[in-house]
Design a protein around this ligand. Structure first.
Ligand code: BDP
Length: 687
């Protein structure tokens, strides 16, 4: 098709493995029970067809007189499986888990793929195809794989009206609500991409709704649609989409507005304690589940950036969430309630904790409190949110941003997996030392990771070929947070660009891109929000404009940074010890977060004797040099990879370099204007 296959290219396998792959996988005996098996068969046809470069034979009974075959089904459905693998072992796996084992059955080499639930068969099928795409041996497999996180969700910020995607840089929304319930092939292709990396949920619409007559920070990005997706007449559209994603084991979620009872019915209040409001949510949930029995649930942004919420009725966030959660509960649905709540406050960083920590234990069992990775807003680097370590009696979800709102918006190459690893590996000390975020989230139903979506209707899906690595990495990491950044980048690169030398170069480009982005976007020692926010219509978060948000960087003639110690906003004190003490003191605060926690004189000396202002200059210049280097390496790939992708990324890199310089020059001029101290290397613009 005209759309890019991304990492599911299924090119013919390298010759040294091809014979084995053909011997073991040309024949496949596949159960035909649930809807997921339709997807499994379809993927085998495509995947094996490409990798083996021949049509696979898909059987409804065990193939006779073949040297080898695949057997895919539940633990007791197919004899080659039930007679070689203990069904108890399979049933003991987590729902989405799977088992792949090389066995012998009636004289044939049989590769068994089984799972306690059909979704696991989908994940297992993609896993097996991935092994072959990577050229791995498959003749002696014994794989048991279970996701660390029960919930692995992509959140779309897609506006149904006019298909505009908030913070989307890859064209219009892929969801075409005008034409739905008519389907197009992209839905299934998207579901394939998601399932191939283990995603099991998708929320299809924006958390923002612009409400007429109400001021909101996001008027430019969210549009009043005149209708809400949960209105009865739209539900068949949602049901049609759910039917596609169901085959891939992916549950559908909807963002709903807290004010829905008012916006989508004739009630005049959304007050959560009003019985008529509770009754409305119950009726609505029942209506949705009648059509979509496996519907995932709702996502809500309340009391944030102009959205209505419980505060409008003098209720707290548990009261606000629970009324909706209780309506979903009888149907097995879940409510993802976002902790991104801030208002007029001296320091926005402290607020999520102040709002939610006192409510620990008060949320209904089927509420997940969804917390952004950092206390501000998806900046290139932030400290990890204090809330993760503070709510042991609440189901928590970590919200990451796959789309690059603050990291180059589909123009800059920025591989974000290292950022996410830093978050998930962060030791909260919530339960003594060695309680990293990933462990707090893992192995608990209702917990996991949600990522703000990146795809759009562009033929290349991401606006930039290299940014596909972020969707790939998001899914892989949500499944297994112990995977390394480099390992994930390597998998992605080899499947996307093949095994040749180009892979090495692309891998290096990805691995160095995030640090470069931090350096030229922020100066690398903890500053943030240095970008243009502007008038609503122009709001872009892309261009440098450090003068615009003085409250975030605290620059004065004497110094720069935000005092979040006890003498300042006190945010550092929200961490557990010993982290709180470490951040509290500029001597022990990690340099990369220094100005997030401290306001320091421009000439304050860092450990190696360099001053704060000089370090900012140096990092800004280093960031640009790094990007130039990335561009040069990419240019070295001309002729090594296909022309279409080469050109596209090469053009992006030219623009990336220009933008990085613009950031560097604007920030350096700003540092110079405030400090009056010149760059000791005499580089422009501080001359
Ligand atoms: C900010 C975005 C804004 C979102 C908001 C959110 O700029 O578009 O609506 O976060 O997460 O990052 O709700």
């Amino acid at each position: 098709s005209e759309y890019d296959d991304c990492w599911l290219r299924y090119d013919r396998a390298e010759s040294d493995r091809l014979d084995t792959y053909r011997r073991l996988c040309t024949h496949a005996y596949v159960s035909d029970a649930g809807p997921e098996l339709v997807a499994v068969r379809e993927e085998l046809r495509r995947g094996l067809g490409g990798l083996l470069d021949r049509e696979p034979h898909l059987w409804h009974h065990p193939p006779r007189s073949v040297e080898g075959f695949l057997a895919i089904g539940g633990p007791e459905e197919l004899r080659p499986i039930s007679e070689t693998v203990d069904p108890e072992e399979v049933r003991a796996l987590d729902d989405d888990g799977f088992l792949i084992r090389s066995v012998e059955w009636e004289g044939s080499d049989c590769t068994v793929l089984t799972a306690p639930a059909d979704a696991g068969l989908v994940y297992g099928t993609f896993h097996l195809l991935r092994l072959m795409s990577l050229g791995e041996p498959i003749d002696d497999l014994d794989i048991v794989s279970e996701p660390a996180n029960a919930e692995r969700i992509v959140d779309h910020w897609d506006n149904p009206f006019r298909r505009k995607v908030e913070r989307g840089y890859a064209g219009p929304s892929i969801f075409d609500w005008e034409r739905l319930p008519d389907l197009n092939e992209r839905y299934a292709d998207y579901a394939r991409l998601l399932a191939s990396v283990g995603i099991n949920g998708i929320s299809v619409n924006n958390v923002n709704t612009r409400i007429p007559g109400r001021e909101g920070a996001n008027d430019a990005t969210s549009e009043w649609e005149g209708w809400q997706l949960i209105e009865s007449r739209n539900l068949e559209k949602i049901a049609a989409l759910a039917g596609v994603f169901r085959r891939y084991g992916i549950e559908l979620y909807l963002s709903v507005n807290f004010a829905s009872p008012v916006l989508a019915s004739d009630l005049d209040t959304a007050d959560p304690v009003e019985p008529e409001v509770a009754a409305w949510w119950e009726r609505k949930a029942t209506e949705v589940y009648d059509l979509i029995p496996d519907f995932g649930g709702f996502v809500v942004k309340a009391d944030s950036e102009g959205q209505l919420g419980p505060y409008d009725y003098d209720r707290d966030h548990a009261e606000g969430a629970n009324v909706i959660a209780e309506a979903l509960a009888p149907h097995g649905g879940r409510l993802w309630w976002r902790a991104f709540v801030y208002s007029e406050h001296d320091d926005r960083a402290v607020q999520a904790y102040e709002t939610f920590e006192p409510l620990d234990g008060e949320f209904a069992d089927n509420v997940t409190v969804q917390i952004k990775n950092g206390p501000i807003d998806f900046q290139p680097r932030e400290p990890v949110s204090t809330l993760f370590g503070a709510m042991p009696d609440t189901d928590l979800g970590c919200e990451l941003q796959i789309t690059g709102e603050y990291t180059g918006q589909g123009v800059h190459a920025c591989y974000l997996v290292p950022q996410w690893k830093e978050v998930l590996d962060f030791d909260t000390h919530a339960d003594g030392p060695d309680t990293p975020v990933k462990e707090l989230l893992a192995d608990r139903e209702g917990q996991g990771i949600a990522g703000v979506g990146i795809v759009g209707d562009d033929p290349n899906w991401f606006g930039h070929y290299l940014l596909g690595s972020n969707l790939y990495g998001f899914g892989r990491l949500a499944w297994d947070p112990d995977l390394g950044s480099e390992e994930i980048a390597d998998e992605w690169t080899r499947q996307t660009f093949g095994a040749g030398d180009a892979g090495e170069t692309i891998l290096e480009i990805l691995m160095e891109s995030w640090q470069a982005s931090i350096d030229y976007h922020t100066g690398g020692i903890g500053l943030m929000h240095m970008m243009y926010n502007g008038e609503a219509a122009l709001e872009n978060h892309y261009d440098p404009a450090p003068e615009e948000w003085p409250e975030y960087h605290g620059a004065t003639e004497e110094g720069i940074g935000y005092d979040r110690t006890a003498a300042g906003s006190g945010y550092a004190g929200q961490y557990r010890e010993p982290i709180a003490a470490r951040y509290e003191d500029p001597e022990t605060c990690p340099e990369e977060l220094l100005l997030f926690f401290h306001h320091l004189p421009w000439d304050h000396e860092l450990e190696d004797g360099t001053t704060v202002v000089q370090r900012l200059y140096d990092n800004c210049f280093a960031g640009v040099e790094a990007v130039e280097e990335l561009r040069d390496r990419w240019q070295g790939l001309e002729g090594e990879i296909d022309e279409r992708r080469y050109r596209h990324v090469a053009e992006r890199f030219d623009e990336h370099v220009l933008q990085a310089k613009r950031w560097r020059d604007t920030l350096c001029a700003f540092f110079y204007e405030h400090s009056g101290i010149k760059d000791e290397h005499g580089r422009p613009p501080a001359v």
